[in-house]
Design a protein around this ligand. Structure first.
Ligand code: SF4
Length: 238
């Protein structure tokens, strides 16, 4: 996809959703860190249901550490892979308390040293909590980047580097949210809603869904619910 089309693609996604946000609910960088660790191979909706019970009771490293593995598990056992995630969160809380004065560190190396935190999670924290124009690549973004021709790659890292090199600077901060939401709600894995897709004429995917076979798009780009701007407190959804 050439530079002109890349710009058009992001201009359209931005027009449809000027302030995209993560669908995970949080009000501090630490809450976001816990939510992202819990969200691996789980839905944001499922994580939100659990953290709505957890955070009013414990939303600091000390408070969650004090719950212990069994206490924390009581709040998150509805989430897939919760035993390992619970152990990682408690170990992360201990490291935050011992090495970072209870604060979420603002650098990639320290973040990736936390149990349960890999490159993608670190990218999410750096982008959403600290406003850095990082490019977390999940399964949706990987699919959209490859199908559209925006940043083809065989590995997540290749796609991440392709996006960082090709997304125009002015769209860098929100690019991953736009692509993630587009992949989650429009360019879905099994039957992309190409006939209703707002970037269909720019997309280079050769196997676009035809109109008669497509499931109508729920929306060309669903606006994400409001979430935390740069870690600032926000209201949770009812
Ligand atoms: S046209 Fe189809 S394949 Fe291309 S981005 Fe839109 S939904 Fe995805």
């Amino acid at each position: 996809m050439n530079a002109t089309r890349r710009r058009q693609l992001f201009e359209r996604l931005r027009s449809a959703n000027p302030e995209p946000r993560t669908e995970l609910e949080y009000s501090t960088p630490f809450e976001l860190l816990v939510a992202v660790i819990l969200s691996a191979q789980a839905t944001d909706k499922g994580v939100n249901l659990a953290t709505r019970r957890l955070f009013p009771v414990a939303n600091t490293p000390q408070a969650i550490h004090d719950l212990g593995v069994d206490g924390l598990a009581g709040y998150v056992r509805t989430i897939g892979l919760y035993p390992g995630k619970t152990r990682n969160i408690i170990a992360t809380c201990r490291l935050l308390l011992e090495q970072h004065a209870g604060e979420v560190p603002h650098d990639r190396e320290s973040l990736e040293a936390l149990p349960g935190v890999g490159r993608k999670t670190a990218n999410v924290i750096l982008n959403c909590a600290f406003g850095e124009p990082t490019m977390p690549v999940d399964t949706h973004i990987f699919r959209v980047a490859n199908r559209t021709g925006l940043a083809p790659g065989r590995t997540v890292r290749e796609v991440e580097e392709g996006l960082l090199a090709r997304v125009p600077q002015e769209f860098r901060q929100h690019a991953h949210h736009w692509l993630l939401l587009h992949g989650r709600y429009v360019c879905t894995a099994r039957r992309p809603a190409c006939p209703g897709c707002l970037i269909a004429d720019l997309c280079e995917y050769p196997d676009k869904t035809r109109a008669e076979a497509a499931t109508p798009a729920k929306a060309t780009q669903r606006a994400a619910p409001r979430a935390t701007p740069q870690g600032a407190p926000r209201r949770r959804r009812a």
